[in-house]
Design a protein around this ligand. Sequence first.
Ligand code: ZN
Length: 390
Amino acid sequence: MRMLRFIRSVQLLAGGSEQPKDILISSRIEAIEESESLSLGHSAEVINGEELIALPGFIDSHVHITGGGGEGGFKTRTPEIMLTDLTRAGITTVIGTLGTDGTTRTMSNLIAKCYGLREEGISAWCYTGNYHLPVRTTTGSVTDDIILIDPIIGTGEIALSDHRSSQPTREALAALAAEARVGGILSAKAGVVNVHMGDGPRMLDYLRWIATETEIPKTQFIPTHINRNQELLKDGITWAKEGGLIDFTTSSVPLFIEEGEEPAALALAHALEAGVPAERVSFTSDGNGSLPQFNADGQLTGLSVGSPSSLYAAVREAVLSHKVPLAEAIKAITSTPAENLKLSRKGKIAPGMDADLVLIRKDDLSIHSVIAGGEIMVNNGTPLITSTFE
Ligand code: ZN
């Protein structure tokens, strides 16, 4: 049995009580009690939580874990992610995705990377496919991929309203959503379609058409990069108020902001102000994806790489700079993605849930320690567990 650990006198956000709690963990959360009331097992390691707040382990549901990009030729293919890129950022659950490139980046590689990250101690799943329709699957069918391949929980990222999209028809997109939905239903997985939204003027029109003309619910789609320009953000807020889900990308570069992208933290504050329930907004980092800059003619003019550390940084910025309560802001990277992706043992601190925890400092909300599956991955900023080749 995994070693018992005991986090003593730590602040929790949920539950209404301001009293610190003691949390007993193995690979799961075993018990949460009023501080000082849990009796210590002899073999339990004690972590002093007095200056800390315990948050659920962060979920980053859009990361190019095997690398992405290549939009400026082969030398611009971005590198594979390393375990500590995620754990240092508090991420204990990651959803991997391919992107523009479905030729030199393959599903078998993505699935293997998920298994590798699991062996290293965190939780990992992925989407089948990349930007383009028809989806290049593993088994020959999106439905079968979701049902039969453990790490696959949906399809994506499918590009819409973008010059790099395969320009699918609304009907083809509806058929894909149907395949994913049936796969999800039969395997008790989410079966969602993660949609990459580009800068194009069609914005969320195709998703609205599908939600109106077919029986597929709005929540079958998780459109991302919704904060990439003001028009799309406005359309996304309307979509979310109508019952849809929206996702904001936290990685950015100054030029994108200059050109009208709204930082995820501010976009969250605006969405909540506009009446969008916090439960419909998630954040993802687009980690290790390329952040290509194109001119008006679609020619590549610059390139940088997304970072998982932007995920919690955006939550912290929403709290410290835009006055969003921490208990609301944190949902975007914990309970909301857990709910959207049907990750039933993730996103909450409660007995029976996986022991995935991030301990942050009360004074400045910075990350102190990160626990995944009951193991301490990062202690006081220092990674204790690293990838094989780190
Ligand atoms: Zn994308």
